[in-house]
Design a binder for this molecule. Structure first.
Ligand code: BGC
Length: 389
């Protein structure tokens, strides 16, 4: 006995442009990286090695791949669209389709063009219009893409912007951070809506992907938990009402007491990012999302663990998938699961937290599938998990 998933369930891996492509020199982050412990540099050189990445996805037995289109490449200067970079991303879409892989494309994953930031970033009154123009430029290459993610983790993006503005980057998970500036949150919602209009008019299915933080009330702090969750997560879910789908991204939990976020419990098992090892995060995040957005299909667009012990990745992911299956059995409409991440990639300032199913030699860029990658491929091929033992 084991568990099996609905027919046609998508099984795949996820990535983001800046974290794997390399030399994203026209982006806002490229300049800021000198202030971070490590730079992205050539990253995994996926800008050139994407056919190898797609071959890996196919050979492992996965059926879907989530990757990003980088705004800073498509529009390195305001109003100047790079046909060459657009053609590159079109080749990637076609590369997926030729290999029988379902492409899932993210249009914005944390980084923006440098010019956009200089002109006021998301807080500029022109932001939504600028994002709309970029989305319009990308439309022609999205033909055949069944799932388009507009903005990745707007809640995390808004909280990070706040933290950077305050002059510090708080350690720990997003959910424990200061609430985002509401003007920034509103601007992201407006940009998402503008993108949705463009994509919808072109007949494309679109949604955004939210960092689900599993806020859990401790000591009867339900009201405080709800008040905490609204600016950091729930307002972004609310904005997904009526979307074609919503992306759930879950890694760990955040406990909320009467005074706010509580630290990771003493003695709790932790991952390389310092987060609590908490695989139930996925099922809980899906339940929370399904409860807030009845009728909106769910795609798990990220879930995974930073660990140097690959067996721990399998342990974490099996438990997460068991939780996901339970949420499905309770009625959640989940269409697929994308593991974060395909490759050991640039983790926003550091190369140390390894989330990958596949390791990458930082000098030769050689890829090596870990046992967990083959394990997930087997899960995909059998569309489920066998019982342990
Ligand atoms: C982001 C990824 C990141 C991952 C692990 C998510 O917040 O979308 O870019 O690498 O979590 O931290």
């Amino acid at each position: 006995m084991g568990i099996s998933f609905p027919q046609g369930f998508l099984w795949g891996a996820a990535s983001s442009a800046h974290q794997i492509e390399g030399n994203n020199v026209a982006s806002d982050l490229w300049g800021l990286e000198s202030r971070l412990p490590e730079r992205s540099g050539d990253a995994c050189d996926s800008y050139h090695r994407w056919p190898e990445d797609l071959d890996l996805v196919r050979d492992l037995g996965l059926t879907a791949y989530r990757f990003g289109v980088e705004w800073a490449r498509v529009e390195p200067v305001e109003g100047q669209v790079s046909r060459a970079h657009l053609a590159h991303y079109r080749r990637m879409v076609e590369g997926c389709l030729e290999r029988g892989i379902t492409p899932i494309v993210t249009l914005h994953h944390f980084t923006s063009p440098m010019w956009f930031q200089r002109e006021g970033g998301w807080r500029s009154g022109a932001a939504a219009g600028r994002f709309r123009a970029y989305v319009r430029a990308v439309l022609p290459i999205l033909d055949g893409v069944p799932w388009v993610c507009t903005i990745n983790e707007p809640n995390m993006l808004a909280m990070m912007a706040e933290a950077i503005r305050d002059g510090h980057r708080e350690p720990g998970v997003a959910g424990a951070m200061a609430a985002p500036d509401q003007a920034m949150a509103d601007a992201l919602v407006a940009a998402h809506r503008a993108a949705r209009e463009e994509l919808g008019a072109a007949g494309l299915r679109a949604g955004w992907t939210i960092a689900n933080q599993n806020f859990q009330a401790e000591d009867g702090a339900e009201a405080e938990r709800d008040a905490w969750a609204w600016p950091r997560e729930d307002q972004f879910l609310e904005a997904a009402k009526g979307d074609d789908f919503v992306g759930v991204q879950a890694y760990t939990r955040v406990r909320i007491g009467r005074q706010g976020a509580l630290p990771v419990p003493d003695g709790a098992r932790r991952t390389l990012t310092g987060w609590e090892f908490y695989p139930d995060a996925l099922g809980d995040a899906v339940r929370h999302t399904a409860g807030k957005l009845p009728g909106v299909p769910i795609l798990v667009t990220e879930n995974g663990i930073a660990t140097a012990d690959d067996a721990e990745r399998v342990e974490y992911t099996s438990a997460a998938l068991a939780g996901l299956h339970a949420a499905l059995a309770e009625g959640a409409d989940v269409r697929g699961y994308l593991h974060w991440s395909l490759l050991d990639n640039y983790e926003w300032g550091s190369w140390a937290p390894t989330f990958g199913l596949v390791s990458v030699d930082r000098e030769t860029f050689a890829r090596d599938a870990k046992p967990s990658a083959r394990w997930l491929g087997e899960v995909a091929r059998s569309n489920g998990l066998r019982a342990a033992g």
